[in-house]
Design a protein around this ligand. Structure first.
Ligand SMILES: [Fe+2]
Length: 380
């Protein structure tokens, strides 16, 4: 056990959080997709993720194939079935492409499984060992909202490219990264009246603390509304806001998501950068589509947030939003859904002190999403 290392990694930021499930960070996010090879090309060439590892027919795997890509600390796994029927096909049939696994990096996957299942987590997979010539890893898993799974990954005795069974994947074309560093937070959409159930799950089963809560008065426009609570683990490395729809005159983006995803699931993944203008410029130049923010937003934004280091012109040109809290400010922008169904999207965020989630932008953001919903005919 590398206890010295671990205690440094686990400095507690939120005293309400409990210590029975020490999480070192997000290990990887795995999506089930219809065509992993082409999805990998998209994340590589549009998003600047670097090829890391591969597993499929050539490595002796018969049922499915996975591509692993990485940028900064963000590791994405894209998995497609090679055969008809089975869990992966069923997942894609029901949800379209989407996040299946949010894998959490731990020192002890067995203990993580025990501590969470004894507090009521539903088992997905009991602890098992994966092994190859690069060493071994221990994996276990529990269910969270919808058909989404938290895996616990213990990898301190493994030294290969990703996990046992994977081989190094060398790309034949280089792509430049766009400065994405780590996952800031991952948001789950759950159904009507389900938010508190999942907030309780993260509090009781995972030992997380609740950071903030937004009700439909905080997050509403003239037409749509939602509610949200933010859960964090003790060291603040894992933050999971949970959204549920709220009554409005028209159908909210959360309902649209639930309709098309056929249930609860991951709504957005927020990726941190140190230079949002450079990152978003590069993404836009490669074809990633962002939500449109009207010019009127920029007429009043500095009155609301005060002085910022950045020039306003490039922020306006790119559609980057700004918000401030007691600790500083943040810059953020949201992509349009990155899948065929209007389900998952990404946020790009640069924090300059602020630890919040952009409450001051909710209205502008939701109005932007409503314009997109209107184009899709899903607002009514
Ligand atoms: Fe977010």
């Amino acid at each position: 056990m590398n206890t010295d290392n671990t205690s440094l990694k686990l400095e507690k930021k939120f005293k309400e959080a409990e210590d029975f499930l020490p999480l070192l960070g997000t290990d990887f996010v795995e999506l089930y997709v219809g065509n992993a090879k082409q999805a990998a090309y998209y994340y590589q060439h549009a998003w600047g993720f670097q090829p890391v590892a591969y597993s499929g027919l050539e490595t002796g795997r018969k049922e499915s194939v996975s591509y692993v890509l990485q940028q900064g600390k963000i590791r994405l796994v894209l998995t497609s079935p090679l055969q008809p029927e089975g869990d992966i096909n069923a997942h894609i049939d029901k949800h379209g492409d989407g996040v299946k696994f949010i894998a959490l990096w731990v020192d002890d996957a067995r203990k993580s499984y025990e501590e969470t299942t004894k507090r009521g987590a539903k088992s997905y997979v009991e602890p098992y060992i994966m092994e190859d010539e690069n060493g071994k890893a221990v994996i276990s898993g529990i269910h969270t909202y919808g058909e989404t799974i938290h895996l616990f990954v213990e990898r301190n005795e493994y030294e290969g490219p990703f996990l046992p069974g994977y081989r190094v994947w060398n790309a034949n074309v280089e792509t430049k990264d766009v400065g994405l560093r780590y996952i800031d937070h991952m948001v789950g959409n759950v159904g009507w009246n389900e938010m508190n159930k999942w907030v309780d799950f993260y509090a009781k089963v995972m030992g997380f603390a609740q950071l903030v809560s937004f009700d439909d008065k905080d997050i509403s426009t003239d037409y749509t509304a939602l509610m949200s609570k933010v859960m964090s683990n003790g060291n603040g490395r894992i933050k999971f806001p949970i959204n549920e729809p709220a009554e409005g005159k028209k159908k909210s983006q959360i309902e649209e998501y639930i309709d098309f995803y056929n249930g609860a699931g991951v709504q957005h993944i927020a990726l941190a950068t140190n230079n949002i203008v450079e990152t978003v410029t590069a993404l836009r130049d490669r074809g990633v589509e962002f939500l449109y923010v009207p010019e009127t937003y920029y007429e009043t934004v500095l009155d609301r947030v005060g002085e910022i280091d950045e020039d306003l012109a490039p922020l306006q040109e790119l559609g980057i939003l700004v918000d401030r809290d007691d600790e500083g400010y943040l810059l953020q922008i949201f992509t349009k859904p990155v899948l065929d169904r209007p389900t998952m999207f990404f946020e790009i965020i640069q924090r300059k002190g602020a630890q919040s989630f952009g409450k001051g932008n909710f209205k502008a953001l939701f109005e932007a999403i409503e314009r997109e919903q209107d184009l899709r005919g899903t607002l009514n």
